[in-house]
Design a protein around this ligand. Structure first.
Ligand code: M6R
Length: 612
């Protein structure tokens, strides 16, 4: 959570930083702030609310300075307010800091600093860190870089920070541990950001700072060292990101754009990985582990939120095709249990952002216990791909809407590939079956395109249910995680209470909720549980519930009993989640828009959950 941007160079910093903050707003939008140095004067502007409110507030003020930094906040310590907004300053008003992460031992440090006469102006953990730096700077009679380094050795927790000193207007200090940070390398200028999106229009050359590294930036000089003082050789990479990927491209919202991108994103995910005519799947990312994979006892999938739902789909597919037992765990629970893990286990960590704190901690724990860790990640160069032994990128492209859509279907696509790959390696599938499945998989992007054509119908259904207070989503088999995902989408962007349930479980409790006001969305496509789902629909109808069914095109049975039907193309059961998810995404989207909700930035949420 929280987005940070920094700039030092020859251009005016304000426009670069403010634009960067808008790009990073998906990370948090409780407050925003910017610090600039103009002729040894530190000017700070900060405001509760979105970046736009900061922009309005600062209009007409002195926004001069070729060195600056900015922050967009997702509140952890201290309510969203002007005073808790970053940047925070030292007691002498000379130093300022922006921070993404949590300083876990801030309370002890604060006590000590207060005893030494420091007074605090906010309720944040971050402010403690700048006071600590100030204290070391003063007492050790050292330079700022060393003061920051020594201070960071005293803190526990996660951070990506940028520090400025008004008396040294030609240098920026940045450091990271557990929170992401990218440095953009220009000619006579450097950029700092939580991800590459604020940097892309100025330079394609970037350095991903590693954990426990600290960077000292001047306009024409960069020094990176570790916290143990060992100097590092920076590794400059070229970004593949394109600017147009970060724009709405004519859509009203990023979420809608990303829903519509799915035929393309699934195709990109498959590219170079399937050979339908030969019945072959190739996953170069995990190829070197193929012998191990043939002999593993089980796979444990760890993830959070939507990625966890993708993991549940993966469980169905991997067990079905490769016959390897799979367990799917919430990373946040897994990390605090004492799970039994051995060197024979493979852990698959799924994360769109590659920065989710709980998933990262689960990986670290499983690694310590000797498991082999694979990652399924969307953001190239994020922390999770660096923590894992091997992995597969989803190649969905930047996902900016806070509600995950194309990342989910790309994760499911990768898991489908892994299931087929394992089956191929273990010989649990015939080549002719694999040819058949891969041929169909190759065609799934076109079928997703067809599923999107129901948009107008879905919007009209959304109009009927926009004022509902509750909604149930039911599915069986791999339709169950799809139901969970449908419910999560609806609740997170429209604030309607929604629950996903295995359809057969409904009679063990949730059936009590059903009355003539309860919309029940049922995944009722033609697959192995079709007849059973029909019985469940009848149970809902017998209690006067309103059924919105996702059906296979040409269906006649469900149409006789459901109130509304949305068709998706026919497909093998393995591909049902990729298709049935589409109408649920659109339904949530339209309901949220009709309710006047901010679909791209729903309240209280952030895209990357880098705190536990
Ligand atoms: O970046 P990750 O995939 O690790 O994020 C996990 C969840 O925070 C995320 O999927 C969240 O549930 C989404 N907002 C759901 O749309």
């Amino acid at each position: 959570m929280c987005g940070i941007v920094g700039y030092i160079g020859f251009r005016e910093a304000w426009p670069i930083v403010i634009k960067g903050l808008k790009r990073l707003e998906y990370r948090g939008y409780d407050s925003a702030g910017i610090a600039l140095i103009d002729n040894n004067d530190l000017n700070i502007y900060k405001k509760a609310g979105k970046v736009k409110e900061l922009e309005d507030f600062a209009e007409g003020q002195n926004l001069t300075g070729t060195i600056g930094m900015g922050h967009t906040r997702w509140a952890t310590h201290g309510a969203p307010s002007d005073r808790n907004s970053h940047p925070h300053t030292s007691n002498n008003g000379r130093l300022s800091i922006i921070h993404n992460g949590i300083i876990e031992n801030y309370a002890i440090l604060k006590d000590e600093l207060e005893q030494r006469g420091h007074t605090f102006n906010s309720d944040t953990d971050t402010e403690v860190l700048i006071h600590l730096i100030e204290e070391i700077y003063k007492n050790e009679k050292t330079d700022l870089l060393e003061a920051v380094r020594l201070a960071l050795k005293e803190v526990s927790g996660a951070y990506a920070i940028v520090v400025m000193d008004q008396d040294n207007p030609d240098e920026l200090i940045a450091a990271r541990k557990g929170s992401p940070m990218v440095i953009g390398v220009g000619q006579g200028e450097y950029f700092i950001a939580s991800d590459a999106t604020p940097i892309i229009e100025y330079t394609k050359n970037v350095i991903y700072l590693n954990d426990n590294e600290i960077a000292f930036l001047k306009r024409d000089e960069l020094l990176i060292k570790r916290l143990d003082n060992v100097v590092q050789t920076p590794y400059v990479q070229e970004l593949e990101l394109k600017l147009e990927m970060l724009e709405k491209g004519g859509y009203d919202h990023f979420m809608l754009k990303e829903i519509y991108e799915q035929p393309r994103s699934i195709r990109d995910c498959l590219r170079g990985r399937i050979y339908p005519e030969e019945g072959k799947v190739q996953l170069s990312g995990i190829k070197e582990f193929v012998d191990k994979l043939k002999n593993i006892d089980r796979i444990i999938i760890v993830a959070c939120g939507t990625s966890w739902h993708a993991g549940l789909v993966g469980e169905y597919l991997i067990e079905e095709y490769s016959r390897i037992p799979v367990e799917v765990e919430y990373a946040s629970e897994f990390r605090y249990r004492n799970p039994i893990i051995t060197e024979k286990d493979v852990v698959i960590a799924i994360s769109q952002s590659g920065e989710t704190a709980d998933t990262m901690a689960a990986i670290e724990m499983a690694k310590e216990k000797g498991a082999t860790i694979f990652g399924i990640c969307n953001v190239v160069g994020a922390s999770i791909p660096r923590l894992t032994h091997a992995g597969v990128y989803t190649h969905a492209g930047p996902e900016i809407g806070v509600a995950s859509t194309k990342a989910f279907t790309a994760q499911v696509t990768v898991l489908t590939l892994i299931a087929f790959y394992l089956a191929q390696q273990k010989g649990t599938i015939t080549n002719s079956k694999l040819i058949e499945l891969l041929t169909e998989l190759d065609n799934i992007p076109d079928k997703v395109q067809i599923a999107l054509q129901s948009n107008d119908l879905i919007k009209s259904i959304g109009e009927k249910f926009k004022d509902s207070r509750n909604c149930l989503f039911l599915g069986r088999g791999s339709g169950f995680p799809v139901a969970l995902e449908g419910a999560l989408k609806l609740k997170e962007i429209s604030y309607i209470h929604a629950e996903g349930y295995p359809a057969a479980e409904m009679k063990h409790g949730p059936i009590a909720l059903i009355d003539e006001e309860m919309p029940v969305v049922v995944i009722a496509t033609k697959n192995s549980s079709y007849e059973k789902v029909i019985s469940n629909i009848q149970e809902v109808k017998a209690r006067k519930g309103i059924v919105i069914a996702i059906v296979t095109e040409g269906d006649t049975e469900v149409k006789k009993m459901a109130d509304y039907c949305i068709e998706i193309p026919d497909a093998a059961e393995a591909f049902l989640p990729l298709l049935a998810t589409i109408p649920l995404q659109l339904l949530s989207y339209h309901i949220a828009v009709l309710r006047g909700c901010n679909v791209d930035q729903p309240r209280n949420l952030a895209k990357s959950v880098t705190v536990e």
